[in-house]
Design a protein around this ligand. Sequence first.
Ligand code: 5GP
Length: 125
Amino acid sequence: MPIDPTLPYDDNNIFAKILRGEIPSTKVYEDEWAFAFEDINPQAEVHTLVIPKGRYVSWDDFSARASDEEIGGFVRAVGKVARDKGLVEPGYRMMANIGAHGGQEVPHLHVHIFGGQPLGPMIAR
Ligand code: 5GP
């Protein structure tokens, strides 16, 4: 079920548990600001999730409350994961679902990175 992204942050969300190491994930990358892991239910040949280490519900929440350092670190991590996966050529897609209309299911900011195949139209109609 899509969630209402209204604060406060829920420390029991599944990605918070992954960050704390309470449930397993297939790690792709980690630094001071970000953690990247493979999506459990991939929608493309490559489907990787990148999340900030801080307690942010969505891109909206992150852009409003995170420090410039956190934002810079996270944005750089997303780009690094895409480069390290060899996606720059022939291209890839990044997506962040936010709130009910965006179809967000997990209330911790995550950027999806899709690639490894042509990705079709931008939005389902
Ligand atoms: P959203 O719909 O919130 O943008 O995306 C949530 C994503 O998290 C989905 O693509 C879903 O497959 C993924 N996901 C949900 N639970 C888990 C989990 O426990 N582990 C991993 N690796 N991915 C998960």
